[in-house]
Design a protein around this ligand. Structure first.
Ligand code: NAG
Ligand code: NAG
Ligand code: NAG
Ligand code: NAG
Ligand code: NAG
Ligand code: NAG
Ligand code: NAG
Length: 619
């Protein structure tokens, strides 16, 4: 076995006329300065070999940290692949290419040597020492790209103001995560003490951080989206995906917080993300405790003013959902059957069958019955408001909606107003008694406003406690992020699909709340539901500033524990509960119950969202 230095000596002893170094091909910027050119006598040691998509070489390192000395050599030719082995020092010719792993313009280009030829094995059994991440070099921990300009950093609007490949800036690996990973493109690296940040994806790939400085670390082991020290949202760029092992072994099933043996592999860029392609699958070293503690916020019969509020997106729930017993158990056993449950994604009685059915009373009564099976002391009543068939988004035919379950022993709908129709806008009004009520109860907020086009309309209810105090709730499910672009993609800031519509939706809700608080500044208002947006996207929630107060903030929940969802590298909060000033002033509590995102395996997760429970006082 020769060392890398010995190999370099061997390399220097060969006459190299018009040879091109790997570092010349990589250059200090995003795109190769030699793109399109055929290069000869490129020399390097083979560091990895895929089953059918080529191999990787390591050339002489540069002192310039922007410049990678690793390179992908792409070939599907079995005969070419059979000519090289890991440890071979080779020289070869090929065409420098910038390859996009799908036609999506959102994917970055990867620098490759294509159509390899003239392969000469100069020596074998050389070793290349991997770069030890966290020791030799560590990724930056806050920003992804210098192009993510704006007050909200990577979450700033408008999106996609510039593209990485068009600007083609020189890399700044000390400042920006994408630049960091790109500066190591094709190189052999080791991740010590890897920790999984999420379940694996459909291809068995999973996000990790290793033994290096990280920010946003929650108690479970994931990395939560937070604000950085400069007040700009932190994108957790210190993370990378572990791809399919090069030797054909299979990665284990993973869950957030699981730890593994050290991973050595090649830094690679594909499908809009930076990967490490491990030489072999890691082994699992530790598994987080699967026990999910139930909420400590239990309903009370002693104080009519004290309410517990649950919030849960139950993901396309139908009368025949296989998740019914589990969801019922979550609500009864883990959320302690809150006084009022805010539910989202309740489908109509016929589920996703597109048969014109819109009412969901069977879905809701079935769920209520299933809860009573678990907790015979609870017999929930329900309220929802059917929309117009197929006008509220979601799965076609499913007519998902927001709905409430409630304990009639604790709260009831304020009487005296007609029930709203699908297209009726309910408005705050002052009743003959001088108190505020709603023109329709339950009712929808401005349902014909284009902000609610193809989206779930907020369900407003005016309630009364058993001692005669009233309060208002708004159950929301804002438009989804579907078709957003990759956080590590070409478009900067990344495309946050639906962001303009979500902003308008928050504005219409804020307008409603303002008109209510105008009639009674001390009104008790609670908004809860799936907002499909992080609090760090401040532009979306601007209309709530000084109007509604997020309960996590009011309750002083540690910022890293504010999460209900896990996506790619981030734990994040999409589900929010907001309270008006009167409620905030009385003090609140909230707990996020991780029944889904702490599941031992992806298959055991019931919904993609975790539910939350809050305690509020409405009088
Ligand atoms: C490449 O190297 C070979 C020896 O391996 C040498 O014969 C040839 O002249 C070199 N070609 C160029 C273009 O430098
Ligand atoms: C490389 O090493 C292996 C054992 O580690 C040995 O069998 C083989 O002969 C060596 N090959 C060369 C070309 O030195
Ligand atoms: C970003 O903008 C560019 C240039 O207009 C466009 O080609 C690209 O499709 C956009 N990306 C996304 C994800 O919308
Ligand atoms: C659902 O509503 C329909 C129509 O109002 C009614 O006939 C039916 O009995 C209800 N079913 C349940 C379970 O509430
Ligand atoms: C749902 O409720 C209906 C009416 O209450 C009942 O007939 C039916 O058996 C229930 N379905 C399931 C799957 O529990
Ligand atoms: C609820 O279940 C408990 C124990 O299973 C039983 O003792 C009690 O009588 C039940 N209560 C009702 C109202 O059915
Ligand atoms: C509503 O959404 C549909 C499909 O998403 C679109 O075709 C239509 O133009 C939108 N209408 C308005 C008023 O935004």
């Amino acid at each position: 076995m020769r060392t890398f230095t010995a190999a370099l000596v061997a390399l220097l002893s060969i006459p190299l006329t018009s040879s091109v170094a790997v570092t010349d091909i990589q250059g200090p910027a995003w795109l190769s300065p030699l793109v399109g050119q055929t290069v000869n006598n490129v020399t390097g040691i083979v560091t990895g070999k895929s089953k059918s998509n080529g191999f990787f070489i390591s050339g002489t390192p540069s002192k310039d940290r922007r410049v990678s000395h690793g390179l992908t050599v792409f070939t599907t030719s079995a005969s070419i692949l059979s000519q090289v082995n890991v440890g071979d020092l080779i020289s070869l010719s090929g065409k420098v290419s910038e390859f996009r792993s799908s036609t999506s313009p959102d994917n970055l280009f990867a620098t490759e040597l294509q159509s390899p030829s003239n392969i000469v094995v100069l020596s074998s059994n050389n070793t290349v020492e991997p770069l030890i991440l966290g020791k030799d070099r560590s990724p930056p921990t806050q920003a992804l790209s210098g192009l993510d300009r704006g007050r909200d950093g990577w979450l700033s609007v408008p999106n996609n103001r510039s593209q990485v490949d068009v600007v083609n800036a020189n890399l700044r690996p000390d400042r920006f995560g994408m630049d960091f990973w790109s500066s190591l493109e094709g190189q052999l690296v080791t991740v010590r003490k890897p920790v999984a940040l999420e379940f694996e994806n459909n291809f068995g790939e999973f996000w990790v951080h290793g033994d290096w400085p990280v920010t946003g670390k929650n108690k479970r082991g994931g990395l939560t989206i937070t604000f950085g020290p400069n007040g700009i949202p932190d994108a957790n760029p210190e993370t990378v995906i572990i791809g399919s092992p090069l030797d054909g072994t299979k990665n284990p099933h993973v869950t957030m917080g699981m730890t593994f043996s050290d991973i050595t592999g090649i830094v690679f860029q594909q499908f809009g993300f930076f990967y490490i392609l491990p030489t072999t699958a890691p082994t699992v070293l530790s598994i987080p405790d699967p026990t999910v503690p139930p909420t400590t916020l239990r309903p009370t019969t002693k104080n009519a003013c004290e309410l517990t509020i649950g919030d849960y997106n139950v993901e396309n729930f139908t009368p025949t959902s296989s998740s019914k017993a589990t969801v019922a158990n979550h609500i009864a056993s883990f959320l302690a059957s809150p006084d009022i449950m805010f539910l989202q994604e309740i489908q109509d009685n016929s589920g996703s069958k597109d048969d014109g059915t819109v009412i969901a009373n069977v879905t809701l009564s079935n769920l209520s019955a299933a809860i009573t099976l678990v907790d015979n002391s609870t017999s929930y009543e329900f309220v929802d408001l059917p929309g117009v068939n197929n006008q509220d988004g979601g799965q076609p035919g499913g007519n998902i909606r927001s709905a409430y379950l409630f304990r009639s022993s604790k709260v009831s709908l304020l009487p005296g107003s007609p029930v709203g129709g699908a297209l009726d806008a309910t408005l705050p009004i002052r009743g003959p008694d001088g108190k505020v009520s709603l023109s329709f109860n339950p009712g929808r907020i401005d349902p014909t406003n284009s902000a609610w086009n193809s989206s779930r309309k907020p369900l407003v209810v005016a309630w009364e406690t058993t001692n005669g105090h009233r309060f208002f709730t708004i159950n929301v499910h804002l438009t989804a992020k579907l078709d957003s672009s990759s956080t590590q993609g070409n478009s900067r800031p990344p495309v946050n699909a639906g962001v303009d519509q979500r902003t308008s939706q928050v504005e219409t809700i804020a307008k409603f709340v303002k008109s209510l608080l105008k009639l009674d500044p001390l009104a008790n208002v609670i908004i809860a539901g799936d907002h499909n947006e992080y609090i760090q996207t401040r532009s979306v929630f601007k209309a709530f500033d000084n109007l509604m107060f997020e309960i996590d903030e009011v309750s002083n929940v540690p910022v890293t524990e504010r999460y209900t969802y896990v996506f790619d590298q981030n734990t994040e909060q999409l589900d929010h509960i907001w309270v008006s000033a009167a409620i905030a002033a009385r003090g609140t509590k909230v707990e996020h119950i991780h029944v889904n995102n702490w599941a031992p395996t992806l298959a055991q997760r019931t919904s993609d969202h975790d539910p939350s429970v809050a305690r509020v006082h409405v009088c």
